[in-house]
Design a protein. Structure first.
Length: 276
């Protein structure tokens, strides 16, 4: 009988013990769930950047490696994430993009996104300045023509050789050109290697899940505080507000050129190039 009373008193004394345990464990569990959600969103953002990077590289291969074309394609794909600053946001077009995704709304949102992210997202890694200087040759560009002014108009051609010449890395008749290896900047490469386009993209991704965004941002910032990409994304907080947290998401892509790589902005002389 006495043993039964002791058990009852012990049971009554332990009543409510689960409450302080829950008060300790519950916040930690909530933070962990928030972290998982934020990492899942970050994975989606990384997949979006990878897709935009590939399409930007493809655009560059078709447009002489010009970064303007690549950046245009990159921003148009990144509109899906919608990280647009309040100052650049036009409610009529940006909100309308998701309700009525027509071309005008897409262009307006892409412009607002590019204004919000005040950095150049696309960097050409290959070819380098040295590779371009070695393999580039002077060729006649093509210009539009019509009627009798077109030498091949009877065959449906709408272009003719222009008077001015452009420096570019040749991409045609590669089987008939010199394919021997040359030592450039300490590497052995040939014309086929020079016709590869390698780009690197940068996007400042906004962490959006409360609590988890600060924890992830603060942890990664300690490791990467001197990183150039991080310094670029730090400037985004001045545009969006100090309570917004951005981390750099990087994409890379390599593709073979379908047009000759040219000097963007100075094709005639091949000196002051935006893409080199």
């Amino acid at each position: 009988m006495q043993l039964g009373f002791q058990s009852l008193r012990l049971s009554m004394a332990q009543r409510g013990q689960a409450l302080p345990e829950m008060l300790i464990a519950f916040p930690l569990a909530v933070i962990m769930v928030m972290g998982v959600v934020q990492i899942a969103l970050l994975y989606r953002g990384k997949a979006t950047v990878n897709n935009a990077t590939f399409l930007a590289a493809r655009s560059g291969s078709l447009n002489h490696g010009y970064t303007e074309n690549m950046e245009n394609i990159f921003w148009s794909r990144m509109v899906a994430l919608g990280h647009i600053s309040p100052e650049a946001r036009d409610n009529a077009t940006t909100i309308g993009l998701f309700g009525n995704p027509d071309e005008a709304n897409l262009l307006a949102s892409k412009k607002a996104l590019a204004i919000s992210h005040s950095y150049r997202p696309v960097e050409v890694i290959w070819p380098t300045r040295e590779v371009f200087d070695y393999f580039a040759i002077s060729v006649k560009d093509l210009e539009p023509c019509s009627g009798s002014g077109c030498p091949f108009s009877k065959y449906g051609g709408g272009f003719k050789p222009a008077q001015k010449k452009i420096f570019e890395i040749p991409v045609d008749n590669l089987d008939a050109r010199d394919s021997s290896l040359h030592v450039i900047d300490g590497r052995k490469i040939n014309l086929l290697d020079a016709n590869l386009l390698s780009i690197r993209t940068r996007y400042c991704y906004q962490l959006e899940v409360p609590v988890a965004n600060f924890i992830i941002w603060r942890t990664l910032r300690v490791i990467n505080s001197e990183n150039t990409d991080w310094l670029k994304c730090e400037g985004m907080r001045g545009v969006f507000g100090r309570d917004h947290y951005f981390i750099p998401v990087v994409g890379r892509s390599v593709i073979r050129m379908q047009t000759g790589f040219r000097c963007e902005g100075d094709g005639e002389h091949g000196v002051n190039c935006k893409n080199l």
